[in-house]
Design a protein around this ligand. Structure first.
Ligand code: ATP
Ligand code: MG
Length: 252
């Protein structure tokens, strides 16, 4: 089953796009494991999961982290397991909506030279397990980087989708993400152009990202902004993006 990661500059529409993708797949009868890997985002809300603000991120589940890694609470630099058991977590710790299971990863505070701590070890083990072993569709809503992915998982990710909007910084970020992806051996990257107002916008992205594959373009749409303001899933409002996303899935 397809494993997709969604990345891009802050605010370009990663979560909106991921939510549309996940809900469409769900409507097509697919089982989807949705991973919210962006600490600032709320994929659950965008999916229309109720009480989404009450979902505790895995990184904050101290008891679980200590239990699985056998780390001693409060001890710094102590010994802990580098291969904690995580196989049961996607089923037991996910929020559910229809055939969608959602997990919030949360964030790990980094110590200077990249942290090797129980929290990050558990998250890494979990993401590796999900990407390599789960047999449903997996969609990961990431931040402007691809931090949670590593060499072990890169080859199992079918596509890294970089959401972009017509703007310089969004393009710069796309280039940066491509570099990060290449470093871990992830070569299958595609771009989605979002918030497109005119042919000019589309041409701008095509021109500046000419070395990327384009999955498609989504129009700038007030209905999506309204949905966000009203706490409604972008999938539950009338929007031309829904048909376009369906078409993208067909292409994938
Ligand atoms: N096609 C679109 N047209 C108009 N507004 C859009 C479109 N797509 C997303 N938006 C709006 O842009 C804002 C940011 O969207 P979203 O939260 O999906 O971005 P993000 O990349 O996930 O942001 P973050 O980096 O904060 O996680 C929201 O208000 C959303 O409604
Ligand atoms: Mg987001």
């Amino acid at each position: 089953m397809m494993k997709l990661a969604v990345s891009g500059k802050g605010g370009v529409g990663k979560t909106t796009f991921a939510a549309l993708l996940i809900r469409t797949l769900n409507d097509q009868g697919k089982h989807v494991l949705a991973i919210d890997a962006d600490p600032d985002a709320n994929l659950a809300a965008a999916l229309g999961i109720s009480d989404s603000d009450k979902i505790t991120p895995i990184a904050e589940m101290k008891e679980l982290i200590y239990e699985r890694t056998e780390a001693k609470p409060g001890s710094i630099g102590g010994f802990f397991k580098l291969n904690p058991i995580v196989d049961d977590l996607p089923d037991s710790l996910s929020a559910k909506l229809d055939n969608i299971k959602l997990m919030r990863l949360g964030s790990v505070k980094k110590g200077g030279s990249g942290c090797l701590c129980p929290e990050s070890t558990l998250l890494r083990a979990l993401v590796t397990h999900i990407v390599l072993m789960r047999d449903e569709v997996v969609i990961m809503d990431m931040e402007a980087g691809i931090e949670h992915l590593g060499r072990a998982t890169a080859s199992a990710v079918d596509k890294l989708i970089v959401v972009t909007e017509p703007g310089r910084r969004s393009i710069d970020t796309a280039g940066h993400i491509k570099k990060l992806a290449a470093e871990i051996g992830l070569k299958n990257i595609a771009v989605v152009g979002n918030k497109i107002r005119s042919q000019k916008d589309e041409d701008f992205l095509k021109k500046h990202l000419s070395d990327f594959e384009f999955l498609g373009f989504l129009p700038y749409d007030n209905a999506l902004i309204e949905a966000d303001l009203n706490g409604i899933s972008p999938y539950d409002v009338d929007s031309p993006s829904k048909a376009i996303v369906k078409d993208m899935i067909f292409k994938l």
